[in-house]
Ligand binder design. Structure first.
Ligand SMILES: N[C@@H](CCC(=O)N[C@@H](CS)C(=O)NCC(=O)O)C(=O)O
Length: 203
């Protein structure tokens, strides 16, 4: 079955999906658009909501990164079997996205004064607020969000890497359990080889 993932040539919402597909050993076409050339009209017009990522499989398409990640997880033993545990993992992924929404405001802001103010707020408030909670949950659950590896762990690693790329920091350094998870996910079979081969991202 032909699989295709469309995303930018940067880290962000698409990278945890790439990691999971590589971890699952799924063959897929990794279509990467140059973020510096965006918007590419014929691509944007073809996207159902004008945004990436978009996943294609068996002639069908799926947008929304979390829906795609959850679907891939269901095929890669990264989704808990129990409905309550699934909901807990969904909540974790949404909490991570709540944090990321603050960084998106910073990325999209073009006014340098407002941009600097967003950055200050992220560095001085939001990172601490969210990551101290992520750290606590991971510690409580054996180093993973759900006691064993799940798709939410991949989402966090993707968002950590995207944070580092866009803010020029190494956010995991202040949070040892997050740091351990990042190292673990980046060392997984399939993921490790993909990271070694990929072109370093730039923004
Ligand atoms: N809720 C959507 C958000 C998608 C999104 O914000 N995509 C960004 C890249 S991370 C995008 O396509 N930006 C270009 C644009 O909006 O034209 C998801 O999670 O997939």
């Amino acid at each position: 079955m032909a699989r295709k993932l469309h995303y930018f040539n940067v880290n962000g919402l698409g990278e945890p999906i790439r990691y999971m597909l590589h971890y699952a050993g799924q063959k897929f076409e990794d279509v990467q658009y140059d973020v510096k050339k965006w918007p590419i009209p014929h691509v944007k017009d073809f996207l159902p909501y004008g945004q990436l990522p978009l996943y294609e499989e068996g002639g069908k398409t799926l947008n929304q990164s979390l829906a795609i990640a959850r679907y891939i997880a269901s095929q890669a033993h990264l989704l808990p079997a129990d409905a309550w545990e699934q909901a807990e993992i969904d909540a974790v992924a949404l909490n991570i996205y709540d944090y990321w929404s603050k960084v998106v405001l910073y990325i999209k802001e073009s006014d340098p004064v407002k941009k600097a103010a967003y950055k200050k707020e992220i560095l001085e408030e939001f990172i601490n607020f969210y990551f101290s909670r992520f750290e606590k949950e991971l510690k409580k659950n054996n180093g993973f969000f759900g006691n064993k590896l799940s798709w939410a762990d991949f989402v966090l690693v993707g968002i950590v890497e995207a944070t580092n790329l866009f803010l020029g920091i190494e956010v995991q350094k202040q949070f040892p359990t997050v740091q351990t998870l990042v190292t673990k996910v980046r060392s997984l079979p399939g993921v490790k080889e993909y990271i070694a081969k990929r072109t370093p991202y730039q923004v």
